[in-house]
Design a protein around this ligand. Structure first.
Ligand SMILES: [Zn+2]
Length: 310
């Protein structure tokens, strides 16, 4: 059994702990969390004592920086949505089109900046590390805005727009070139009437490892692909030791938070949601702060009066 299957099954069983018959300690924990608290002073008391903070972030954090997801109403690149282009089948069928899509997204990111939520997380990590406390960011976002904001301990479970992987030798490399290759210069415009550039595969990004020259692909997890097991192991380890968990810019019924947060909550560890609205899952967590996370997060993570070193 793969780690991913193991993880999913364990988490699914814990996600429904509130529906199980009474008798266990788990049940008691779920009942205690039946009323999510939105009192910032109460959260700040818990925050002040936390030694290992895990922060799970999703698309909502990036959306506040103007990063499109290419999903949902109006979320198109040309005639397609992300789920039609971000697949191994689409890449096999039309590598040029998929590379145009990713080239567009890479170039777009050059004009995007971290917002106050990214910055608050990065500042909190830097400050707490001087106090012997840790912050880890577990994100599904591939745009590197956490890194740009200064976050050091970052687990990108979906990979990065700025990494490539060779389809021949498997080498993974950082790549910030703009354009990523000469043939993609000026290509990738998102308007629906734009024709495919039909770039010959030999002119698409190629591996620079000696003697390889294999076709590169974006080092991101596509629809239908499994998560990297090494990163999942790291995530599991972090969730085991965390004593406070924040879910930011994603609802706790939506992946990835739905995979991770219930596991933490079932251990009796406080979970705090920062997202636009409450969901049915919100009742399983200790805290909920509705609204844009660029507004709600900075005061939550600011220096606490009990912190001796800032
Ligand atoms: Zn290679």
């Amino acid at each position: 059994m793969s780690l991913f299957q193991f993880t999913s099954r364990r988490l699914v069983s814990q996600a429904y702990c509130g529906l199980k018959p009474p008798s266990s300690k788990k049940q008691k924990i779920c009942l205690e969390m039946a009323r999510p608290n939105s009192n910032m002073a109460d959260f700040r008391e818990v925050f002040a004592k936390a030694k290992h903070i895990a922060i799970i972030t999703g698309a909502g954090v990036s959306a506040e920086s103007g990063v499109p997801t290419f999903r949902g109403t109006g979320g198109y690149w040309r005639k397609w949505q992300a789920q039609e282009l971000a697949t191994p089948e689409a890449f096999a069928r039309n590598s040029s089109r998929v590379w145009e899509f990713y080239h567009y997204r890479r170039e777009l990111m050059l004009s995007k900046q971290p917002n106050p939520a990214h910055i608050a997380i990065a500042e909190c990590e830097a400050r707490l590390s001087k106090q012997g406390r840790s912050v880890v960011v577990i994100t599904q976002n591939i745009d590197e805005l956490h890194r740009k904001a200064g976050t050091k301990h970052l687990l990108e479970i979906h990979g990065s727009l700025f990494k490539t992987r060779c389809t021949s030798c498997g080498n993974v490399a950082e790549n910030y070139k703009s354009p990523i290759c000469p043939a993609l210069a000026g290509k990738g415009a998102p308007d629906p009437e734009i024709e495919d550039a039909k770039i010959p595969v030999e002119n698409l990004p190629r591996c620079e490892e000696q003697g390889c020259n294999g076709l590169l692909r974006p080092h991101v997890v596509w629809f239908g692909e499994t998560l990297n097991s090494d990163i999942l192991t790291e995530v599991e380890n972090e969730l085991e030791i965390c004593d406070l968990c924040l879910v930011v810019g994603t609802s706790s019924v939506v992946y990835p938070a739905a995979m991770f947060a219930p596991q933490v909550s079932a251990r009796g560890v406080p979970v705090a949601e920062f997202n636009m609205q409450a969901t049915p899952a919100t009742n399983r967590f200790r805290f909920h702060f509705p609204g844009p996370c660029g507004t709600t997060l900075p005061p939550a993570l600011a220096r606490h009066k009990t912190e001796l070193i800032s």
